[in-house]
Design a protein around this ligand. Structure first.
Ligand code: GAR
Length: 198
C-alpha cells in the first residue's frame, strides 16, 4: 500500500480527482493518510473531511516566523509517515529540509507543458493568462518530481490540451484541468503505487 499525503492551498479539484480515483480504483493500492493545507479557508480541507480523510491546516499566520512554519509543516508530514507527498495546487515553497528528507518522493502538478510557463511567479490562473498572451495554440499539464528548483524536477507525465480562439484564462484553466490535470495526476500516482509493489 502506498501511503500518500496531499498538500493543498485552494479549491482542491485535483485532490478530489485523487479521492475519486482511489474509490473507483483507477488508482490502486493507495491510501491518503492526510491532507495538509497552509490556508484555513481552502475548500480542499472540506473535500478531505467529506471523504473521511484526516485534514490539517498549518498556516504561516499562526507561526512566529518562516522557520517555525517550516518545522511545524515538516513535523506534521513526518507524523503522517507518507511514502509519497503529492502537491496538488500547493502554493508554498517547500522547506529545504523536506526536499532532502523526501527526495524523489514528492510530486507536483503544474498547469502547463513544462518548460513553458513555469518557474517563479507562474501558478494558477497566471499560467493560463500568460499562455493566452503569448498566443500558444497548445498548452497542457505536467506531473513532475520536486527538487530544489521551481518546477525543475524530473518530468513524470505530460498531456497536451488545445487552446481555442475565444478562450479566457478561466475557460482555458478549466479545460486544462478536465482534460489533463485530473487525468495525469491520478495516473502518475497509480504508476508509482504499482512500481512500489514490485
Ligand atoms: C491547479 O490548476 C494546479 O495545477 C495549480 O493550481 C491549481 C489548483 O487547483 N498549481 C500550480 O499552479 C502550481 N504551480 P485545485 O486546488 O482545484 O486542485
Amino acid at each position: 500500500m502506498l501511503n500518500i499525503v496531499v498538500c493543498v492551498s485552494g479549491g482542491g479539484t485535483n485532490l478530489q480527482a485523487i479521492i475519486d480515483g482511489i474509490s473507483n480504483e483507477t488508482i490502486k493500492n493507495t491510501k491518503i493518510t492526510g491532507v495538509i493545507s497552509n490556508n484555513p479557508g481552502a475548500y480542499a480541507l472540506k473535500r478531505a473531511e467529506n471523504a473521511g480523510i484526516p485534514a490539517f491546516c498549518i498556516s504561516p499566520k499562526d507561526c512566529g516566523n518562516r522557520e517555525e512554519f517550516n518545522q511545524k509543516f515538516l513535523d506534521k508530514v513526518i507524523e503522517l509517515n507518507p511514502d509519497l507527498i503529492v502537491l496538488a495546487g500547493f502554493l508554498v515553497i517547500l522547506p529545504k529540509k523536506m526536499i532532502e528528507t523526501y527526495r524523489d518522493r514528492i510530486i507536483n502538478i503544474h498547469p502547463s507543458l513544462i518548460p513553458s510557463f513555469c518557474g517563479t511567479g507562474f501558478y494558477g490562473l497566471k499560467v493560463h493568462k500568460e499562455a493566452l498572451r503569448r498566443g500558444v495554440k497548445v498548452t497542457g499539464a505536467t506531473v513532475h518530481y520536486v527538487d530544489e528548483g521551481t518546477d525543475t524536477g524530473r518530468i513524470i507525465l505530460q498531456k497536451a490540451v488545445e487552446v481555442l480562439e475565444d478562450d479566457t484564462p478561466e475557460i482555458l484553466q478549466r479545460r486544462v484541468m478536465e482534460q489533463a490535470e485530473w487525468v495525469i495526476l491520478p495516473q502518475a500516482i497509480n504508476e508509482i503505487a504499482q512500481a512500489d509493489q514490485k
